[in-house]
Design a protein around this ligand. Structure first.
Ligand code: C5P
Length: 298
């Protein structure tokens, strides 16, 4: 008999993202404000004891992942191997978070699988630190999703997390159709740009000592947020993003920026009405060239 658990797997947006110089291990130091939003995939995890590990994933067919190489199977395999418990696992995903968007969909799914397996097997459960380390080995954004923090400052390569207190807000996610962004490629583009411009700025605006100030900033009107995203000027199709900047400038109380390394753009506002007005403006202008999702800050 399989045991069955269904959980939501939330998306994140990066309200702020500064990237430092590539480290010796290939990763880049970051200073980022992670914020969870209520756009989510739904994951059903069925599992039973087995003599050897097996895992089937349903619902990702449209993404064209190689069998066993998607973030959910990798998380399931990593947890079972780490704790020494072979399981027969079936994962069913109802996908709503677009991939290649910078919304952390794959990382969130991996964290959901790790959390469920860990919480359902008391005798084998990893301590939080060990679970976070396992998550970080799967992806730099996975630890944020494992913390359960609605918002956090992320440092290191994203795995050093300090909770932040954020306010309420509505979010419009605008995802271009026809292109997405590879994270590794975006970091390479940034390295190349910096090599040309000789900009090596490892002094971040926000560090651990600034979490009080950051929480205060998050309570202000999003139109006043002093945030930026270093990937903004290295993503492809600049004309697409310039149009979004222009549309956003009609709404001074709203913050707009790329999330992660793209390709999605997010608008954040306190007033639902304003966000719905932007939604109308964007869908009238871009039509079928974009997918638009409305969400709330968590
Ligand atoms: O950790 P994750 O698998 O999400 O990262 C994908 C790729 O993005 C890494 O292989 C690396 O090239 C790049 N990356 C980076 N610095 C980070 C996070 C990711 O260079 N802090």
């Amino acid at each position: 008999m399989y045991k069955k658990v269904t959980v939501p797997s939330y998306a994140k947006v990066n309200l702020h993202l500064e990237v430092g110089t590539r480290r010796d291990d290939g990763y880049h130091p970051l200073s980022t404000v992670f914020q969870k939003i209520d756009l989510h995939d739904t994951i059903t995890i069925s599992y039973k004891a087995a003599h050897q590990f097996s895992c089937v994933v349903r619902g990702l067919e449209a993404l064209g992942c190689l069998p066993g190489k998607d973030s959910l199977s990798l998380a399931a395999r990593a947890w079972c191997r780490r704790v020494g418990l072979p399981l027969d696992i079936v994962l069913e995903v109802e996908k709503r978070i677009p991939s290649g968007a910078g919304l952390g969909g794959g990382s969130s799914n991996a964290a959901a699988v790790l959390s469920v397996l860990n919480s359902m097997h008391a005798g084998y459960a990893l301590e939080q630190d060990a679970l976070m380390a396992l998550g970080a080995a799967l992806g730099s954004d996975v630890p944020f999703f494992l913390t359960g923090y609605p918002a956090a400052l992320g440092e290191g390569r994203g795995e050093i997390l300090t909770p932040l207190v954020s306010g309420e807000g509505s979010v419009l996610v605008v995802m271009p159709k026809g292109f997405s962004v590879s994270t590794a490629g975006a970091y390479l583009n940034l390295d190349e740009l910096r090599a040309v411009q000789a900009v090596q700025d490892d002094i971040f605006t926000f560090g651990k000592d600034d979490v009080g100030r950051l929480s205060d900033i998050l309570k202000q009107s999003p139109g006043l947020w002093p945030f930026k995203n270093d990937f903004r000027h290295v993503c492809p199709h600049q004309e697409f993003y310039e149009e979004l900047v222009l549309r956003g400038s009609h709404y001074p109380q709203v913050y707009g920026n790329l999330t992660g390394s793209g390709a999605a753009w997010v608008f954040v506002g306190r007033s639902t009405g304003e966000i719905l007005n932007i939604k109308n403006e964007i869908s009238t202008f871009f039509g079928a060239r974009v997918g638009i999702m409305y969400a709330n800050l968590l």
